[in-house]
Design a protein around this ligand. Structure first.
Ligand SMILES: *Cc1c(COP(=O)(O)O)cnc(C)c1O
Length: 406
């Protein structure tokens, strides 16, 4: 166990003034929710916005609403390398998971395989069994939603997973508004955080109507739950700080950084406390993302080893800076040294989606080799606002020393 300065791999700070604003929001009640919704609609220039308890809750609600419009379609297509919450939400909505392998250089769909899957699905009679495709801006890396639209030709709904990409842009357009519907997460390690939370955006009237109906039936946070959120907000505001983060990280029952699959999660309306926590979110997102961009600029300029592949993104606010390391020994050395020095270097997910035990029935030994190789090769460097210049130098030294041990 490490005691001393330890960086979280990703962090969206919650400041004391946000918590005060959260408590004020709690008093303002429904008005505070309406305020946050109106600001989001204005910023994203969309007609409909809904606020719920998490990103996976947001996706579940979108999928259920969509399924009511297309009851004969029951498959959802996603990249084989993504967050385990995505298949969790699909199962929760009562639908089937369908995978497409990825392009390791972009983490987008493998376009050849995507075209094959979509054309096959369209040729079964006249109707596709695919309800939706989920392009995913993983780590904030923008993927080609416009290109996907050309392939689907408006015949299949596109749900943009922008959970990790709030505040990001692609060709002058805001991520989260490129598909038929989009969602963000306001969880701990995302662009900005309200402890937990999810945002749904859409311009589609039929979809919005069905979402609206579901929203009316969702439970609210209980008083006890709001109290727990407040405690969590206070804990995060204190312990995300690198000088103290070693403490929660050393408590195994907190399961920090672990990715778990499970369709049994709460689906609630966002509370007015959380809406209040979002206090000044446009300013916050702009500042936090500008820091991320600055750190990413540094990382883009320093790597010149053939053993370490980077994703050349300029001016994109990634949540974590990904490195693809082909040599598994080098990767292990870096991660081992990181355990010792607490520099927030981390792998992404435990495995590709097809390797999740509970989902085995869907894939019947189908392989997604690029996704599983990419999962094993990717590590990320922290780029959030708690990372100092000297942290960056320490990370650089750690990687350089690891390269020399080869
Ligand atoms: C975090 C995340 C989600 C789910 O969001 P939660 O708020 O944690 O439920 C979905 N997709 C991706 C890519 C994510 O990173």
């Amino acid at each position: 166990m490490r005691i001393g300065r330890t960086l979280p791999p990703a962090a969206a700070p919650i400041y004391p003034e946000d918590i005060i604003s959260g408590l004020k929001g709690l008093i303002r009640g429904q008005k505070e929710i309406k305020r946050f919704e109106a600001e989001l609609k204005d910023y994203y220039n969309v007609k409909h916005c809904f606020l719920v308890s998490s990103g996976k809750a947001a996706l579940t609600i979108i999928l259920k609403a969509l399924h009511q419009l297309y009851p004969e379609r029951n498959e959802v297509l996603l990249p084989a390398f993504t967050c385990y919450s995505v298949p969790s939400a699909i199962l929760r909505a009562g639908l089937k998971v369908k995978l497409c392998d990825i392009n390791p250089k972009t983490l987008d769909f493998d376009s050849e395989q995507l075209q094959k899957i979509l054309s096959k699905s369209n040729s079964h009679g006249s109707q596709s069994s695919i309800l939706a495709v989920i392009p995913t801006h993983l780590l904030g890396l923008p993927v080609d939603v416009e290109g996907l639209k050309k392939i689907t030709d408006n015949k299949i709904t596109i749900i943009e997973d922008a959970a990790q990409a709030m505040g990001g842009m692609l060709r002058e357009k805001k991520l989260g508004t490129l598909g038929d519907a989009g969602f963000f997460s306001l969880g701990r390690g995302k662009s900005i955080s309200t402890v937990e939370g999810g945002i749904i955006l859409t311009n589609k009237a039929g979809l919005a109507k069905n979402i609206s109906k579901q929203m009316n039936c969702l439970p609210s946070y209980s008083i006890l739950e709001v109290f727990m959120l407040t405690i969590n907000a206070i804990i995060l505001s204190v312990f995300l700080n690198p000088s103290l983060f070693w403490f929660p990280k050393s408590l195994p029952f907190l399961k920090l950084g672990q990715t778990i699959f499970g369709p049994e999660f709460p689906i609630k309306k966002l509370s007015s406390f959380q809406a209040g926590l979002s206090n000044d979110w446009r300013k916050k997102i702009k500042y936090l993302n500008s820091v991320r961009i600055k750190n990413i600029k540094y990382w883009n300029s320093v790597f010149n080893s053939k053993k370490i592949l980077t994703y050349k993104v300029v001016d994109k606010p990634l949540l974590r800076f990904p490195l693809r390391i082909i040599d598994s020994q080098l990767l292990d050395t870096i991660l081992k040294k990181n355990e010792q020095f607490g520099l927030g270097i981390m792998k992404t997910y435990p495995n590709s989606i097809n390797a999740i035990n509970e989902l085995q029935t869907f894939f019947k030994n189908q392989d997604y080799p690029v996704a599983s190789t990419t999962v094993s090769q990717l590590i990320t460097l922290p780029v959030h606002s708690y990372v100092s210049t000297s942290d960056n130098i320490k990370i650089m030294n750690l990687i350089q020393k690891s390269l020399k041990t080869l």
